[in-house]
Design a protein around this ligand. Structure first.
Ligand code: AMP
Length: 302
């Protein structure tokens, strides 16, 4: 089952206590697509400039990622730079240069329009809605991400988009900001009134929590002795989560729980190296081995 993603394909610069990278392929849609492609075919909708390197294009094409929806425009790719604190929990954004992204009007190629699984990565909420309008027929599952910038500046647009979405996947501070509730369960109840029937809260090194009508399900983050760079971990989580569901062709409670584990597995591999480095070398058998490790990690008897 193919999976549609719309979002950023970017060049990133990162600094952390463990090193520095000046310019490397990144973007929310890139992390998502590379992670999801371990499970299913991914149709990518994004925009790049004329500085997008042939090697980076080849890197996407070498996987089950269709790039017919990757528009090329005169100008530069989206560029983002960030610096992490000693404990990697805090991040300062040093630069967000929209470049060609400023004029982005997502256009779905004909063959993407019957998408059954859709992920709207973190972009302007009106563009997210625009993509949904181009999908013909009813998708089986629509999930989305957003961030403080859109919650603060385009709240009305965001609320309109949320009405069409099944799963909202955001971090804990975004959850609190969107719902004006500190408690995450009460926050979930408020968010359900906005449209989504499921909330997935990404909590960095504390794992992730899914709340829906069945109740709550939590997964830990995989304990790593040496995390390097958390950039893209949330998008890789989303890629593992949606990729698994699209492959399984199911949104049952059991499938959603397994999707949470695969999300956490992909997120954990991403932080092991800078940028996409670890994901690009990753093998499916390593994903399965780590998923089995998760089962052991969380098993107990009463
Ligand atoms: P995350 O660490 O999950 O927040 O994702 C980081 C990725 O998102 C980086 O590769 C950036 O290129 C991309 N990114 C950062 N800011 C934005 C933004 N405002 N819109 C779209 N993508 C962004």
């Amino acid at each position: 089952m193919s999976l549609l993603v719309v979002g950023s394909v970017a060049y990133d610069a990162m600094e952390s206590p463990y090193g520095k990278v000046e310019r490397t392929l990144g973007g929310a849609a890139t992390y998502f697509a590379v992670s999801a492609a371990f499970f299913t075919r991914v149709n990518l909708v994004a925009i790049v400039g004329d500085d997008f390197l042939p090697d980076d294009e080849a890197c996407l094409c070498a996987r089950t990622i269709d790039i017919e929806g990757l528009e090329r425009a005169p100008g530069k790719c989206f560029f983002w730079a960030g610096r992490y604190s000693e404990n990697l929990n805090e991040r300062v954004t040093l630069a967000t240069d929209l470049n060609v992204f400023a004029e982005f009007k997502p256009r779905l190629p004909e063959k993407y329009r019957k998408a059954k699984y859709v992920f709207l990565a973190n972009i302007a909420p009106d563009l997210q809605r625009d993509v949904l309008k181009q999908v013909t027929g009813k998708p089986k599952l629509v999930a989305m991400d957003t961030m403080n910038y859109w919650i603060e500046r385009t709240n009305d647009e965001l609320l309109k988009t949320l009405k069409h979405v099944d799963i909202l996947m955001i971090n804990d501070s975004e959850t609190r900001q969107l719902s004006s509730e500190h408690n995450l369960l009460r926050a979930a109840r408020r968010i359900f009134k906005m449209g989504p029937s499921t909330l997935v809260v990404k909590r960095g090194e504390y794992g992730a929590m899914l709340v829906d009508k069945h109740g709550v399900f939590c997964v830990p983050a995989f304990p790593l002795e040496q995390p390097y760079d958390p950039t893209g971990a949330g998008d890789s989580f989303a890629g593992g989560f949606m990729g698994y569901l699209a492959e399984a062709g199911s949104t049952s409670d059991a499938a959603l729980r397994r999707a949470m584990v695969y999300g956490s597995v992909l997120g954990s591999f991403t932080v092991e190296r800078f940028g996409l480095e670890r994901l690009l070398k990753l093998k499916k058998r390593e994903i399965e081995a780590r998923a089995r490790h998760f089962a052991k990690l969380t098993q107990f008897t009463l």
